[in-house]
Each structure stands twice: as C-alpha cells, then as structure tokens.
Design a protein around this ligand. Structure first.
Ligand code: DGL
Length: 273
C-alpha cells in the first residue's frame, strides 16, 4: 500500500478532464493537480520551452511527494514526456500513447485525423505512435490555434466555436478519415459539437479514459496503490489566479473544487533545461 498522492499537471484547466476520469476510476487515491495557468497557452510555444516548463512542474510535484506523475497535457507530453521520464524518480504517464493506441485499433479504413495544438502537431509524435501500432495507418493532422481560446472564453458552446470546429473538420472530412483523435485536453468538453459536425460514422478518440486505465494498471503492476476501502482527497495548485481557476475549472472537472492554492515555481525550476 502506498498513501502518496498522484500528481497531475496541465498548462491550465484542460487536464481536469483527465483528473475527472482518474477520480472516477480510482476514487480511493489522493491527487494533487497543478495548472500552469500563468503561462497558458502552451500550444503556440516552441517545443523546447514547453519541455522546460514540464520538467519544472515535474520536479515541483516530486517535492510535493507524489508517487506518479500524469502529464495531462498533450502539448507537454508531445514535447517533454521522454525527458520527464528520464529526469524524475517516479513513473510518468502521458496522454498521447493511450490515444494513439485507441485510434490505431478503432480505424477501419486506416485513415486517422488528428486535431491538436500547433506544438503537438509540430512534434510529429502522434504519427510515430500510431504507426508504431500499425504502420499502414495514415495520420492527417490539423493544428487548431483558435479552439483553446474559444473554450476558455465567455461563450465556449457558441456559434463561433461551432464554426471553428467546422473549419478544422473540413480537411479531415475531405481526406475521408473514419477516426479522429481529439489530441488536446480541452477538447472533450466540445464532444457534442465535434460529434454533430463529423457525424456518428466517425469515431472520436479522447485521452481521459484510456489514460486513467493506464494509470490504474501502472499503480497495480508496481504495487503502489492506496487502500481501496478509503475515499481519496484531491487538491489544486495554480501558477495563476486561484479564483479564476476555480470558476473555469468547474466546467472541466464536473466535481467539487475546494481550495485552490497559488504556487510559484522556483526560478531555478523554470530555467532548468
Ligand atoms: N493543455 C494543452 C494541450 O492539451 C492545450 C492548451 C494549451 O495550449 O496550453 O495541448
């Protein structure tokens, strides 16, 4: 038995869609979530910079005493998962591998679409991972710089968002994909809009459920689960404004959000290579 919490991080509140699934799948585990809201969005940043941010957060979570880190941010996973795994003493689970695996299994016509941030698309990691599962699958990638600001804005389910979804969906529809990876932790809250635009014939793949399953399996195989007779607790850290985090976070977590603590990452941490 291991009573340490699971550490989860994202550039902001999008990773709460992954935390939601973890809290539902592993209700007996404790969790600490860190949102780097002060530096959101990661998507337009160079991969090297995102990697440095991810390493600083990983080290901070280690100081918090976590037993496993979940990089609940596609951009951070694409840019920094390997460096995180090499640098931290605890296991690190990312969000790309579970989605890539699910997409390779789901496609029938071997044409998979990817919607993600510019950084995630630029990394080319999804193509590599999907093809590692099935070399015959073609991945058509579309960067979506407008979606995260719209989702975080005042009217996330409005006409402008639907129009933006139609625009990014069009090249994938033209390419005839039958499976689409929603490769950003913010996108699951737009699921009905995506499904309506693509139609029921297209399978949408999200990371949250697959990632929660991978975390559960990792804890079990390493023998570091908490006592399953208890109810776990969870808490929040943000580099941004705690009130704004709590307000926006409700939309993504769909579970109670208690105290949110402001955190400053050490200068040495944020500079670390
Ligand atoms: N959380 C990021 C991701 O999953 C999206 C938001 C951002 O650009 O920081 O890629």
């Amino acid at each position: 038995m291991d009573g340490r919490p699971i550490g989860v991080f994202d550039s902001g509140v999008g990773g709460l869609t992954v935390l939601h699934e973890l809290l539902v799948t592993l209700p007996h585990e404790d969790a600490v979530y860190l949102g780097d809201n002060a530096r959101l969005p990661y998507g337009p940043r160079p991969l090297g910079e995102i990697r440095r941010f991810a390493l600083a957060i990983g080290r901070h979570l280690e100081h918090e005493g976590v037993k496993l880190v979940v990089a609940a941010c596609n951009s951070a996973t694409a840019a920094g998962l390997h460096d995180l795994q090499r640098s931290l003493a605890v296991p690190v689970v990312g969000v790309l591998q579970p989605e890539a695996h699910a997409a390779a299994l789901a496609t029938r016509n071997r044409r998979v679409g990817l919607l993600a941030t510019e950084a995630t698309v630029a990394s080319g990691r999804y193509e590599e991972l999907v093809r590692a599962h099935d070399a015959s699958v073609e991945v058509i990638s579309v960067p979506c710089p407008r979606l995260v600001p719209l989702i975080e804005g005042p009217d996330p389910f409005g006409e402008e968002t639907t129009q933006a979804v139609r625009e990014v969906a069009a090249p994938l529809q033209q390419a005839g994909v039958d499976t689409v990876i929603l490769g950003c932790t913010h996108y699951p809250i737009l699921r009905p809009i995506f499904q309506r635009v693509f139609g029921r014939g297209v399978t949408l793949v999200f990371s949250a459920e697959e990632t929660a399953r991978e975390v559960a399996e990792t804890l079990e195989r390493k023998g570091i689960e908490n006592d399953d007779g208890r109810e776990g607790s969870y808490r929040f850290l943000t580099t941004g404004d705690p009130t704004a985090f709590r307000e926006m976070g409700k939309r993504f977590l769909q579970l109670p959000i208690g105290e949110v603590e402001h955190v400053v990452l050490e200068a040495s941490e944020s500079q670390a290579a």
